[in-house]
Ligand binder design. Structure first.
Ligand SMILES: [Zn+2]
Length: 238
């Protein structure tokens, strides 16, 4: 019969679409703690810088943060850290926080537990080899996770760190530094987590926006801090 098979196909399609949306959800996952916004009485926000490091742009990013007196959380890729040990060490030595953003930056939505274990442990090893000593936070590549990744991360007592604001999301304004400043700062409030990418050649607008975002956050009374500081400023009452 045509109708039952059509209904079955629709059901499978609906399930696939649902799982696709679930995998990308910022506020929900099936296992363990997920953090996209922190409830806090402190006037702080977290600045998170994903991917890399790259030898071409790490120096400038560190110079901007140093000039502004800001410490950020860098979610770095294991294979990039191994390729660029000097850049990685420079980030650690400047006192920033290093987070785990997996070894190969692949979409791990449907990956096996053993693949996920390798992706995370190799990256932790690179982070420790660079001299970082604090707790290592975790953020999935593309923010995507479904069953195995949250399971593995929660079994190792780590929260999954997502974000509140991703000003670079819209390709139409991704190369417009003015727009990036506005999209990062106007909706920011206490406990927000801001996601930026500043490590690759095509992110010049993001690098230009970075010092302006810091200034504009401060003009609003919000101080950028690493994610771990935001988590320790968390209040219990919601
Ligand atoms: Zn990434």
């Amino acid at each position: 019969m045509l109708l039952p098979s059509l209904l079955l196909a629709l059901a499978v399609l609906g399930l696939a679409l649902g799982l696709h949306r679930l995998a990308g959800a910022r506020n929900f996952q099936l296992f363990g703690e997920i953090v996209s916004q922190v409830e806090t009485n402190s006037p702080v926000v977290a600045l998170t810088l994903d991917d890399g490091p790259t030898p071409e742009h790490t120096g400038r990013v560190l110079a901007i943060l140093k000039e502004k007196g800001v410490k950020a959380t860098f979610f770095l890729v294991g294979s990039d850290m191994e390729k660029n040990p000097d850049a990685t060490r420079a980030i650690v030595e400047a006192g920033h926080e290093i987070g785990n953003h997996t070894y190969s930056h692949s979409d791990l939505t449907l990956a096996s537990l053993s693949t996920i274990g390798t992706e995370i442990e190799r990256t932790d090893a690179a982070i420790r080899a660079a001299g970082f000593e604090g707790d290592v936070l975790f953020r999935p590549p593309f923010g995507r996770k479904l069953f195995t990744l949250p399971w593995y991360v929660s079994k190792h007592d780590r929260p999954t760190i997502m974000w509140t604001l991703a000003p670079e999301t819209d390709p139409a304004t991704r190369t417009d530094a003015d727009a990036l400043v506005r999209l990062a700062v106007e909706p920011a409030r206490r406990g927000s987590i801001i996601l930026m990418h500043v490590m690759h050649d095509n992110r010049e607008a993001s690098r230009q926006a970075l010092p302006r975002i810091i200034d504009a956050l401060r003009a609003k009374g919000l101080e950028p801090v690493p994610v771990s500081h935001l988590l320790s400023a968390q209040t219990d009452e919601f």
